[in-house]
Design a protein around this ligand. Sequence first.
Ligand code: RIB
Ligand code: CA
Length: 315
Amino acid sequence: MESAVIKKKVILDVDTGIDDALGVILAIKSGQCELIGITTVNGNVSLGKATENTCKILDFLQAGATIPVICGASRPLLRPLFFEHRIHGEDGLGGALRDAKVLTQPRDGFAPDFICEQVLARPGEVTLVMTGPLTNLALAVKKCPELVKHVKEVIFMGGVVNGHGNVTPVAEYNMYVDPEAAKVVFHAGFPQLTLVGLDVTRRVLLTEEHIDELGDTPIGRYVRQSTSDYMDRSLERNGVRACAMHDPLAVAVALDRSLVKTQRLYVDMETRSELCDGQTVCDFQNRLKKEPNMNVCLDVDTEAFFTLFLGALKA
Ligand code: RIB
Ligand code: CA
């Protein structure tokens, strides 16, 4: 008898943009997630646009009836809004599904409350995968500090510990948008907090050849259309036509931990600097003599990631 796949209970928190959408598609098409809900946050685009884009993706996958979408923070804890339309386009999906009628509607409620309720209802079982600024999780921790004891794991796409930033010389976007929220999360005491930073996400670059593998299918056409402008800009800026799979890698780490190599380290967040706000400061030499607070991804099996990612999207 086939052994039943034990699905991982996941709440996905997104600022649906191009790569968030691909993370949602991976989570659903993998067949390995019990997606308890998708919470939305302002980031790449406004909260309203991120929510609409998330609903469009659920409609596209005909999954809107079973997976609740709950809206969260419409702005960072303290800082002004900082959208990334240059990367994700005005619509946030690179122009894909632009004319799609939105059928799925978000449920009533507020994302931080939803996160608290769902985690406390399933102690020790729920993995939070965060692919946008950490505002919703910071608000959830402030409202319900015992959350940290009952969540199975938090995996977040954010930061960079050995390289340069993608917004400032030192800051990655999700951290830069809401560094105060990141600081709350870093110091909340989560026993299993995993940082999936640019160090590894820059090594999972979707190319035209990968998209060709998806064939002339609805998913293949969606991926090609949503990433096309992003790839053009990547060619102009970096000389390579590719799309970094930042958020899909965070989802993939929840599905298969063996994709990455991690080290437990102390990481703090800069919030009071003229030049370095949003920097993830990683204490590799334990100079601060602080207890490590997270698992930092330092290496990734690129080939294994794309086997998982493309295999799921072709399923
Ligand atoms: O720095 C990349 C991250 O910022 C990704 O999550 C992308 O979607 C943006 O939110
Ligand atoms: Ca994102």
